[in-house]
Design a protein around this ligand. Structure first.
Ligand code: PBG
Length: 336
């Protein structure tokens, strides 16, 4: 691809960096408002509550969430992703609430599609918000069961599709769930429901603040290493993505984000499919913590962290910064 190596003074790299206009003109990748998916936490209780480990992020009742979703839509954010909080006392071993047609998530999907129809609604499919153990699947004798869990997840997928979800997000990492969900969706006439598979989801310490937000920290014993990936692996990520695409995923995700940008790049290069990353709660908390100390410029830190995902080949990013980033993009671009 390259000719002779650049030699001085024929080549001076600083020429293209000399002015703002030249820098903008020669920029290879950019982050835009269309690249944002906003993860939001919802609760049964009225009003909103703070999450100590995620400054600036709150859990909202459906009613309190709606004006915020409207504002995000006005700013041009294309999608929100719903995560329900369940109090430890409301959790059960069998997790039936996960596929109840009128559970908090399904009610909120309907409310958003009714009030803000242009907003794409993504969901989470996993049992950790409902489970007494805080694990993503059903358990027996200390083991997270695969096939029994998939049966439950299929019911969950159908109830969310029925409620009007645009994108289903299985974050559970059980084997075979994408194929089973896809077949069930087709059989029930949900031909247009998209699946974004959390294909390469690592057993990461960076999910800590999220588990506080959904009420899982207090109940979770142990770790998720028997189903989430080993942080040392990347070949396995490619095999998982290939498997999920074959089973009927429409897009794939790498999670966490910033510590795993090498995985994003490999996935994009290998498959060329819609590839997303999740800038998870711990990444957000880390950035916010440094920003609060005055150690990082808040706006520039946010923008640079998100640009990195585009450079690594991602088509979009789930980020708690979504509304803030959309506002920033509107301010720098003049229009949203
Ligand atoms: C669980 C789930 C997790 C996240 C999204 N879905 C946490 C986990 O696997 O324990 C993490 C998101 C974040 O940290 O922001 N199904």
């Amino acid at each position: 691809m390259h000719l002779t190596p650049a030699s001085y003074p024929a080549t001076r790299f600083r020429r293209n960096r000399r002015t703002d206009a030249l820098r903008r003109l020669t920029q290879e990748t950019a982050f835009g408002v269309n690249d944002l998916i906003w993860p939001v936490f919802i609760q049964d209780d009225a009003g909103s509550s703070d999450i100590a480990s995620m400054p600036g992020v709150q859990r909202h009742s459906t009613e309190a969430l709606l004006p915020r979703v409207e504002e995000a839509a006005r700013l041009g954010v294309p999608a929100v992703c719903l995560f329900p909080y369940t109090a430890p006392s409301a959790r059960t071993e069998t997790c039936e609430m996960a596929w109840h047609p009128d559970n908090l998530v399904n009610r909120t999907i309907r409310a958003i599609k009714d009030a803000v129809p242009e907003m794409a609604v993504m969901t989470d499919i996993a049992l950790d918000p409902f489970n007494i153990h805080g694990q993503d699947g059903l358990m027996r004798d200390g083991i997270v069961l695969n096939d029994e869990t998939v049966d439950a997840l299929v019911k969950m997928a159908l109830s969310q599709a029925e409620a009007g979800a645009d994108i289903l997000g299985p974050s559970d990492m059980m084997d075979g769930r994408i194929g089973r969900m896809r077949m069930a969706l087709e059989a029930e006439g949900h031909h247009g429901t998209s699946i974004m598979s959390y294909s390469a989801k690592y057993a990461s310490v960076f999910y800590g603040p999220f588990r506080d937000a959904v009420g899982a920290s207090a109940v979770l014993k142990g770790d998720k290493k028997t189903y989430q990936m080993n942080p040392g692996n990347t070949d396995e990520a490619l095999r998982l993505v290939a498997r999920d695409l074959t089973e009927g995923a429409d897009s794939v995700m790498v999670k966490p984000g910033m510590p795993y940008l090498d995985v994003c790049r490999r996935v994009k290069d290998e498959f060329g499919v819609p590839t997303f990353a999740y800038q998870v709660s711990g990444e957000y908390a880390m950035l916010k913590g440094a920003m609060a100390q005055g150690w990082l410029d808040p706006t520039k830190g946010m923008a640079e962290s998100l640009l990195a995902f585009k450079r690594a080949g991602c088509d979009g990013v789930l980020t708690y910064f979504a509304p803030e980033m959309a506002r920033h993009l509107r301010d720098v671009n003049g229009t949203a």
